[in-house]
Design a protein around this ligand. Structure first.
Ligand code: HXC
Length: 524
């Protein structure tokens, strides 16, 4: 039976229904035809049922030029509000492509800024679902002002609440900088792209012919540029990824991430770890085997998995506590550090430190990748970020030296000298200024020069290398100095880390008090 509402209530209902439809039914159909969900459908997937509290549903733009006075829709092309994800408050911002291509004008931007202010004031993560043609051309400088205000809020919110951007459509020009200022970027396969200048401008400016996908598609950004951290096959999977990511994060920088009972025995040992490192130090193995064995079963959630694969970064749980895992990957470039791996590690360390997440570092690093490409592109500057980030981090820092820890890279990878709280080494650890081969070449140069045949030189090398390994490249020299806290049987890594983590959860950083400063100067 149809209810007869009083006129003012009926009028409100009509307006809210219009707001719900955004740019209208035809535009919604077009959105679906592209394989994309609408802004509201996306937020429905994100939030726990019946928790969404919409804000500013009745906002409209104030532009009058270029026919804008006649072209209005409630909401102005973006849906904003608060909801719950897994019971915890989250601010959701979803651009609505069905109204003027989700383009960003003055009021559209003001809604986004207001939502972000809510997030900071209540201490809730921001999830920004991007789907927009960029600056609303008809609104000119008001639109640019709106972007500026959003970027400013991204920076103000940085380190206070987690910020997650999902790119679910176009994201071009300066618009890319809001996601770039956020902590994590998820891109949807096939339907999303990000670039500063699109293919048409690229062709006109430098004659290069390139498709949108090749220029700034998800694959490019997760593997080459490192701009995006995750790729999702569709909108639904992207939202699932957001929820999974949120489950590892605290709501804000004043909280710890929620602990959950994973049912995995904290004292579980794994004999397989005793043989994971090959006898031959030049042979690779897969660091994922170590990580997955040590952390709570099935909890490792990798971040930036396709970028700089010589380094591994991700979240995991250890006896239910959230930890950040950082590791060298000996199976890629022997685990050596380069520019991209340094950036990946430094950025992740800073995120973990900002949000009270302890860091566990697994080390097997022979040094830095040599050559003009790395040097000319600033491995010195980028590598320094790793030192800076680890030194600056005050969350519990636990380190396991699995095999190689050579030279500057030994220091950089969460060594005690940069403030690690607990450093364990496996008996397979080789801690030295350089690899035994390189060291032998220098120390025994004169003796090696006396060799009469290549065979004799090779024999001498084998002898000297072994001597160096025996005397220096082992964990016991470092253990005798207290640079490492324990040499452990690999099988015991999990219980050892659980114990040390749980003692360190109440850590107060008392190592070094600096005089007051505005901020340090990380070599960004
Ligand atoms: C106003 C816009 C718009 C924009 C799209 N629309 N982008 N309106 N300002 N920036 C409108 C379209 O006119 C169209 O309206 C509707 O949105 C849907 O767009 P379509 O073109 O039909 O959709 P599609 O074919 O999917 O193409 C999407 C698109 C294309 C690739 C985004 O619309 C496009 O190239 N738009 C212009 C993008 C752009 O140059 N933006 C400025 C970038 S510079 P109708 O009425 O036809 O339905 C920038 C600077 C930011 O953003 C600086 C920040 C510091």
């Amino acid at each position: 039976m149809e209810v007869a509402y009083p006129p003012k209530i009926a009028d409100l209902k009509k307006r809210l229904e219009e707001a719900r439809l955004g740019g209208g039914l035809k535009a919604i159909e077009a959105q679906h035809a592209k394989g994309k969900l609408t802004a509201r459908e996306r937020l429905d997937l994100l939030f726990d049922p019946n928790t969404f509290l919409e804000i500013d549903a009745l906002v409209t733009h104030r532009a009058t030029e270029f026919g804008m006075a006649e072209r209005k829709a409630y909401g102005d092309g973006v849906v904003t509000g608060l909801g719950r994800v897994g019971g915890r408050p989250v601010v959701g911002i979803a651009q609505d492509f069905t109204f003027m291509g989700g383009s960003l004008g003055e009021m559209h931007a003001a809604k986004i800024v207001k939502a972000m202010q809510y997030a900071v004031s209540i201490g809730a993560p921001i999830v920004f679902l991007n789907d927009s043609g960029g600056a609303r051309i008809q609104e000119g400088v008001d639109s640019l002002k709106g972007y500026g205000d959003i970027f400013y809020m991204n920076v103000m919110a940085s380190g206070i609440v987690p910020q997650i951007a999902v790119i679910m459509g176009p994201c071009a020009g300066g618009a890319v900088y809001s996601p770039a200022l956020m902590d994590f970027v998820i891109m949807v396969d096939k339907t999303s792209y990000m670039f500063i200048t699109g293919p048409r401008v690229v062709k006109a400016a430098i004659g290069e012919e390139v498709t949108e996908e090749e220029l700034g598609g998800p694959l490019v950004h997760v593997s080459k540029s490192g701009v995006a951290h995750f790729i999702a096959k569709d909108d639904k999977e992207a939202i699932e990824l957001v929820k999974k990511l949120l489950s590892y994060l605290p709501s804000n920088n004043m909280e710890a991430p929620p602990r959950v009972d994973t049912g995995d025995d904290p004292l579980r040992t794994d004999l397989k770890l005793n043989t994971v490192v090959p006898e031959d130090p030049l042979k690779a193995y897969n660091m994922y085997d170590v990580i997955n064995s040590v952390v709570d079963r099935g909890t490792f959630f990798e971040v930036s998995k396709d970028y700089a694969k010589n380094a591994i970064t991700g979240f995991a749980r250890l006896n239910g506590w959230v930890v950040g895992v950082i590791a060298n990957q000996p199976a890629v470039f022997s685990g050596a550090l380069d520019i991209n791996a340094s950036d990946k590690i430094a950025r992740f360390v800073r995120f973990l430190d900002a949000f009270n997440i302890p860091i566990i570092t697994f080390v097997d690093v022979p040094g830095y990748i040599p050559g003009t490409f790395q040097e000319h592109n600033g491995i010195i500057r980028h590598g320094a970020k790793v030192l800076y980030a680890y030194s600056e981090a005050t969350v519990p820092k636990l380190t396991v030296i699995v095999r190689k820890a050579y030279g500057g890279a030994y220091i950089a990878m969460a060594s005690r000298h940069l403030g690690a709280d607990f450093v364990a080494a496996w008996p397979t650890a080789e801690i030295a200024v350089m690899g035994p081969e390189g060291a032998a070449e220098i120390i025994w140069r004169a003796e090696l020069a006396k060799a009469k045949t290549p065979e004799e030189r090779q024999q001498l090398m084998a002898k000297f290398t072994e001597e160096y390994r025996q005397k220096i490249a082992n964990p016991y020299v470092a253990a005798s100095r207290g640079y490492i806290d324990a040499v452990i049987e690999p099988a015991e890594t999990r219980p050892t880390l659980v114990k040390s983590l749980e003692y360190l959860l109440t850590k107060r950083d008392v190592r070094f008090r600096t005089p007051p400063k505005k901020h340090g100067l990380m070599p960004v």
